[in-house]
Design a protein around this ligand. Structure first.
Ligand SMILES: [Zn+2]
Ligand SMILES: [Zn+2]
Length: 249
C-alpha cells in the first residue's frame, strides 16, 4: 500500500497533489486548483513569478513596436542583471526564463542554485522588493528536473504545436557568447535545440556536460523528497494541534 502511494505521488494519478505544480512549479488553475500546491520547505530552486517583461509586453496600444534587436538586448540585460544580483547569494547552476504567454508561466524565472542555503538567501533578499517598478514575487519551487518541465517539442524543434499558451516550459535563450561570459562555461546541451534537433535528448543523457558537481535529480528522488516534505508537514500539523490542545486545556 505504501509503495503504491509513493508511485502515484506527484503524478497524474495523484488525486491530492497537483502534478503540474510538482513538474513545472505552476499550474493554470493557480490557487483555485483542486489539488495541493505545497511549496517545499527547502529547495535549490527559487521561482520568481512573472518577473520578466519583454519590451513587447510593455508596449501600450499605439506605441511603435520594438525591433527584434531591442527585444533581444532587453532580454540579455535582464538575464545579466538577475544573474549578477542572485549570484551574490551563492553559485547558480542554471537560470531559466520562460517564454510562454499563459498567465501562470509568462516571464517566470527559475534560479537553480548549487546549495539550498543560497536559494533561501535569494528568496529572503529579493521577495517583496521591486524590479523595474514591479514587485518581485518569489517562492521555493519543487522543480529541479528541467528536462521534464520543458516542452519536448519546443526543445527538439524550436516550435510547439500548442503555441505560446503551452503548459510546459518554453525557455528563452541568451546568446552563446553572453552565456559563456556570464557562466564561464558553454551553454549546456539542454538548450542546444538547433543543429540535429536532439539537444533535449542529449541534455538528458549526457551528464558529463553538466557543470561540475551538478546532477539533475531523478523522478524517484524527487518523489521521495516530496513524500518526505509531506510527512514532515503532517508531523508539524500534528504537533501544532497537540500544542493547541494543551494550550486550550
Ligand atoms: Zn494545480
Ligand atoms: Zn510547448
Amino acid at each position: 500500500m505504501a509503495s503504491l502511494k509513493a508511485e502515484v505521488f506527484g503524478t497524474e494519478k495523484d488525486r491530492v497533489n497537483c502534478p503540474f505544480y510538482f513538474k513545472i512549479g505552476a499550474c493554470r488553475h493557480g490557487e483555485r486548483c483542486s489539488r495541493a500546491h505545497n511549496a517545499p520547505p527547502n529547495s535549490t530552486t527559487v521561482l520568481f513569478k512573472n518577473m520578466y517583461q519583454s519590451p513587447l509586453q510593455q508596449c501600450r496600444p499605439g506605441d511603435p513596436l520594438p525591433s527584434a534587436e531591442e527585444v533581444e538586448d532587453a532580454f540579455e540585460d535582464f538575464y545579466e542583471d538577475v544573474l549578477v544580483e542572485l549570484g551574490k547569494q551563492g553559485k547558480i547552476d542554471y537560470l531559466h526564463v520562460c517564454d510562454n504567454l499563459a498567465a501562470h508561466l509568462c516571464g517566470n524565472v527559475y534560479a537553480c542554485f548549487r546549495e539550498e542555503e543560497a536559494a533561501s538567501g535569494a528568496l529572503a533578499a529579493l521577495n517583496g522588493r521591486y524590479y523595474l517598478g514591479r514587485p518581485i514575487v518569489a517562492e521555493l519551487s519543487p522543480v529541479t528536473n528541467f528536462s521534464e518541465a520543458c516542452c519536448r517539442e519546443f526543445m527538439e524543434t524550436g516550435r510547439c504545436s500548442r503555441g505560446t499558451m503551452c503548459n510546459f516550459l518554453h525557455l528563452k535563450m541568451v546568446g552563446k557568447r553572453l552565456y559563456r561570459e556570464l557562466h564561464g562555461r558553454e551553454r549546456p546541451s539542454l538548450y542546444s535545440r538547433r543543429g540535429g534537433g536532439g539537444g533535449y535528448q542529449r541534455g538528458r543523457r549526457n551528464r558529463s556536460r553538466s557543470p561540475a558537481g551538478y546532477r539533475e535529480e531523478t523522478d524517484e528522488e524527487r518523489r521521495a523528497k516530496i513524500a518526505r516534505w509531506n510527512r514532515e508537514r503532517r508531523e508539524q500539523k500534528r504537533k501544532e494541534a497537540e500544542e493547541a490542545a494543551v494550550g486550550g486545556a
